[in-house]
Write a new protein. Structure first.
Length: 322
């Protein structure tokens, strides 16, 4: 990790001069935003990419650019269907990959939703918990045999993990009033803890896992927000950072927001970053300031005991609906 990157680095700059021919990546949420740019950048450098999309028909025009790259022989692309809000879909996607038998060098758990209105999945789980975390947990563990020795798992988290720790007693908001931001924060803390425990369980094979804060950018995550909602959010974040004596929050272009995922998947020394939370192409410092919009990671996102408890709770939840 000798080359220095930062908040303004793009994904293409991270991979400058790197040839990924022969490497295979699996990415969820690849039809738009950060997932699309991650897939495009990897393909442009020769990688084979398996891109999971919720609706392959709807994703067809959205993925035209990366399909064009693949048609030119610059890497290869395979689209697979995956709805993280449905365990049936998760299992079908995993079984399709397993039946193909192709190994994976990197899994990038990128797909997600943000601060959406209350809803439950077809399996009865609170939607943000299911889509941002539990679906990825089920999928990744099912296809883990495909991950090569010394492979990597990259799980997208968020600065919003600072809003709330996980609640192991009521993960689905069955006993308390729903708050979309609390639910989002919990799901992103769960993503961090998933990386911590996956890293612990698989590091003997040389496999390392990380969680990633991509940075704030305009993607489809905010598609259900009104302009007034977005303006209010920006003002709230700005005020909170100003009160804490922090510089204003910066919006990244999508190629910049994809950079840390690509850095974690390819460039970073995996043994130096394994089990850690990354932002701006670097390991983020621990920062337990109560301000939810501060930089860095809350220490509860690395609680090894809670990571094991969450893993066991997740297995129990999945077994209950299998």
């Amino acid at each position: 990790m000798t080359q220095q990157f930062g908040s303004k680095t793009s994904a293409d700059e991270v991979l400058e001069g790197i040839d990924l021919k022969g490497k295979r990546f699996f990415i969820t949420g690849a039809s738009s935003g950060i997932g699309f740019e991650t897939a495009r950048t990897l393909l442009a450098h020769g990688a084979s990419v398996i891109a999971a999309v919720r609706d392959p028909v709807a994703a067809d025009p959205a993925t035209a650019a990366i399909r064009e790259l693949a048609s030119q022989g610059v890497g290869s692309l395979m689209l697979v269907e995956l709805d993280l809000a449905s365990l049936q879909s998760v299992r079908a996607c995993a079984d399709q990959l397993l039946s193909g038998g192709q190994s994976l060098d990197v899994i990038i758990a990128n797909a997600g939703v943000m601060a959406i209105p209350f809803g439950r999945t077809v399996d009865g789980f609170e939607a943000q918990f299911a889509i941002n975390y539990l679906g990825h947990f089920a999928l990744t563990n099912r296809i883990e045999p495909l991950l090569v020795d010394h492979g990597r798992l990259v799980v997208l988290s968020s600065q919003a993990h600072r809003i709330a720790d996980v609640n192991l007693d009521d993960p689905n908001f069955e006993q308390q009033a729903y708050d979309p931001w609390i639910a989002y924060g919990r799901s992103k803390t769960a993503a961090c803890l998933f990386a911590v425990e996956f890293d612990r369980r698989h590091r003997e094979r040389g496999i390392r896992a990380v969680s990633v804060m991509p940075g704030n950018s305009f993607t489809n995550l905010v598609r259900h927000f009104s302009q007034a909602d977005l303006q209010g959010l920006f003002e709230m974040v700005g005020s909170a950072r100003l009160e804490a004596g922090l510089p204003p929050a910066e919006l990244k272009e999508i190629p910049q927001a994809a950079a840390t995922s690509v850095w974690a998947a390819v460039v970073a020394d995996k043994d130096a970053v394994g089990g850690r939370y990354l932002e701006d192409c670097a390991v983020a410092p621990i920062n337990d300031a109560l301000n939810p919009f501060a930089d860095g990671a809350r220490s509860y996102a690395f609680d090894a005991h809670k990571a094991r408890q969450l893993w066991e709770k997740s297995e129990a939840l999945l077994n209950a609906v299998s």
